[in-house]
Design a protein around this ligand. Structure first.
Ligand code: SAM
Length: 423
């Protein structure tokens, strides 16, 4: 099969089926926001469609023997969940920022649940029902933190799907208005990208990045002010009944309601008791550790581990009123975690919220080896979660409960919180 494809691509300059149009009946949704169809024995990953639809596709990429990628460019039979796109910039060949502008919000939740269920089944051998919970506020104007690209002449926008091309934008309807206006309402000559974040006090922070992705300057715009200023102090956020400080465009949940929802789920799963020891791995500004610290009380201990120096400084400030909580700056990797556990002893609860790649095999094994009564895993990629759940299962932990949240409406992303207990 691989050879057949190689000879076909070399014969036509490497394009294969690119540009070809044909009709398909669309099959199930897959991880990544597309649906699976088949044509002449090959898998076609189709964007801008829904399971069950009959569509004409145009092939956009053909680089692999087993599959190609395509956009649905004409809908012959629409699924009941199809809607008019609220964003004029989305659609085949347009902005690559959202996956599911053409899907009702209820339909998006169903698709996300199917993806989580399929990943857990395929990668962890688990068959369980999944419901994705909507957050308050609807599917638009939720993005409080974003990175916009800047094209050569200084125009801001977002990249086309799987491309470096920048689609120029006047607005981004999933981004909160002050953030969209602060970046898209002006030109950024010489910049490569602009990060923007709006905190809970309405202060807009913009950070200009050069073409290598290095931050070159940061400005804040206070509510009611016309002129941006140099930042003084950190951005303010609130979640779980506490106020938090974070670096202006440093990590914080993007959806304004997400931190509250995740803190609630983590607290409900962890059920910490006075005197217990909690390890909060990939702790950011200390969100989960800080939320759990009151529950372990003065006799307990919460250790937050985070690699980023600015996030650690913010966590130190956030946890200053909780003497049972401490912040350790370092990488969560197998040797570092083993060393920490040697010093700490057996934790009762491990909370982890790793980046997209997940914790990985080695770190998951060290966590299981430490023998906590509960592991609470917060995951922004269900595939990484499923892989790590499989490793934890092999080391004696079973998935006891799972909640999933729609923290990224209009996109295929979903946030999960899983509780694993010793089998
Ligand atoms: C998804 S964020 C979670 C932050 C925090 N739990 C929250 O909800 O605000 C992941 C965090 O892990 C940190 N991080 C990434 N890789 C790391 C590593 N190998 N060791 C420690 N921290 C890491 C990042 O700096 C980031 O703050």
């Amino acid at each position: 099969m691989a050879e057949r494809r190689r000879s076909r691509t070399s014969a036509d300059g490497g394009a294969g089926w690119v540009g070809n149009r044909f009709e398909v009946t669309v099959g199930p949704v897959a991880h990544g926001g597309h649906c699976v169809a088949r044509h002449e024995g090959r898998v076609v990953f189709v964007r801008h469609t829904l399971p069950g639809e009959r569509v004409v596709v145009e092939v956009t990429e053909d680089r692999h023997a087993g599959f190609c990628r395509a956009d649905a460019v004409e809908v012959l039979e629409a699924a009941p969940d199809r809607i008019e796109r609220p964003c004029p910039y989305s659609g085949p060949g347009k902005c690559g920022g959202c996956d599911w502008q053409h899907v009702s919000h209820a339909g998006q939740l169903t698709l996300k649940a199917a993806v989580v269920r399929e990943q857990l089944s395929r990668l962890a051998g688990l068959d369980l029902p999944v419901t994705v919970e909507a957050l308050p506020g609807g599917p638009l104007r939720w993005r409080s933190r974003a990175r916009f690209a800047v094209e050569r002449t200084g125009g801001p926008g977002l990249r086309r799907h799987r491309s470096h091309d920048v689609v120029l934008l006047d607005d981004c309807p999933i981004t909160v208005e002050p953030a969209a206006a602060a970046v898209l309402g002006q030109r950024w000559p010489g910049a490569g990208a602009v990060d923007v974040a709006v905190d809970s006090a309405g202060v807009v922070t913009t950070t200009r990045l050069d073409r290598r992705g290095q931050a070159t300057s940061t400005r804040v715009l206070r509510p009611g002010a016309d002129v941006p200023e140099e930042p003084v102090g950190r951005a303010q956020r609130s979640a779980g009944g506490r106020d938090w400080e974070v670096e202006g465009t440093g990590f914080w949940q993007v959806h304004p309601a997400a931190a509250d929802a995740l803190v609630g789920a983590v607290s409900d799963f962890a059920v910490v008791r006075p005197g217990e020891t909690v390890l909060d791995l990939y702790a950011g500004a200390g969100l989960f550790g800080g939320a759990l610290a009151p529950g372990v009380g003065a006799q307990g201990r919460v250790v937050c581990v985070e690699s980023d120096a600015a996030a650690c400084a913010a966590a130190d400030a956030n946890l200053a009123d909780l003497p049972q909580a401490e912040v350790w700056q370092g990488d969560v990797d197998a040797p570092g975690l083993t060393e920490l556990l040697d010093e700490l002893g057996r934790p009762d609860v491990v909370v982890l919220d790793p980046p997209r790649a997940g914790a990985g095999r080695e770190v998951s094994r060290v966590i299981a080896g430490a023998g906590p009564r509960a592991v609470v895993y917060v995951a922004c990629d269900p595939a990484a979660l499923a892989r790590d759940v499989a490793v934890l299962a092999g080391a004696g932990y079973r998935l006891e409960a799972l909640r999933a949240f729609d923290c990224f409406p209009m996109t295929a992303h979903v946030e999960c919180v899983a509780l694993l207990v010793r089998a």
